[in-house]
Design a protein around this ligand. Structure first.
Ligand code: HEC
Ligand code: HEC
Ligand code: HEC
Length: 142
């Protein structure tokens, strides 16, 4: 990808500042490789040679979400918000938030990690279908 979103040069997206002192890894590492920490186990095998710990998407959102004037959380994938600002600049689109909550407010939105058992079984199946559709030639390992 030729677009450099990391240089902070003219036209770089303005990102809401993260909470706390630092990210789960050094910022330059996160700028380049955050996706490798996030992708489902199944997808990680695509990135050969990269050993990754997996981090929770919920934690990312906890630190990187902003609030509006009414003190409500703004969905992390809304226009101008942390994940979205950078991705729209880099023309990346992610489909994670059809299943994962976009705010830390777990009551407002179903979160992939706060599902009942039967919902979880269904979600697991949907997840497999989703991953299979993305990479039709590969088998999914649990
Ligand atoms: C079809 C629904 C679905 C989609 C789409 C989806 N996920 Fe998930 N995800 C789940 C479910 C269900 C779990 C919990 C069960 C598990 O760990 O297998 C989960 C768990 C996770 C976890 C570990 C636990 C957590 O809550 O953080 C991460 C990280 C994650 N997903 C990231 C992503 C990312 C990044 C994307 C987009 C590239 C994505 N997911 C897209 C359903 C989905
Ligand atoms: C403990 C709070 C915290 C957590 C958890 C966290 N971050 Fe961060 N993140 C930060 C801080 C602080 C920075 C430094 C830059 C800033 O102020 O935004 C940062 C920087 C980043 C950057 C570079 C931003 C830039 O300005 O170029 C990315 C990308 C990023 N984080 C993604 C993630 C992802 C993905 C996750 C979940 C796996 C995550 N972060 C979890 C606090 C956090
Ligand atoms: C500093 C800019 C920046 C920020 C902030 C950022 N991303 Fe990204 N993200 C990118 C770029 C650029 C790519 C594409 C990298 C590539 O294709 O080499 C990407 C790719 C991804 C991918 C992989 C998409 C795919 O289909 O391969 C996921 C998943 C992802 N980002 C999740 C997130 C999440 C979740 C957040 C917010 C917590 C976030 N990103 C914040 C720049 C950013």
């Amino acid at each position: 990808m030729s677009i450099n979103v990391y240089a902070g040069g003219v036209g770089s997206p303005q990102l809401p500042k993260g909470k706390g002192e630092q990210c789960v890894e050094a910022t330059p590492e996160m700028q380049r490789n955050h996706m490798n920490y996030l992708l489902h186990k199944r997808d990680q095998t695509m990135h050969q040679g990269i050993r990754t710990k997996q981090y929770s998407l919920i934690e990312c959102i906890d630190c990187h979400v902003s609030k509006d004037e009414q003190d409500n959380f703004i969905p992390i994938n809304a226009e101008g918000q942390f994940c979205q600002a950078c991705h729209s600049y880099a023309a990346v689109s992610i489909d994670c938030f059809q299943c994962h909550a976009t705010t830390p407010d777990k009551d407002k939105q179903a979160s992939a990690t706060s599902l009942s058992h039967s919902q979880e079984m269904l979600a697991q199946q949907q997840l497999k279908d989703f991953l299979a559709a993305q990479h039709p030639t590969e088998k999914i390992h649990d």
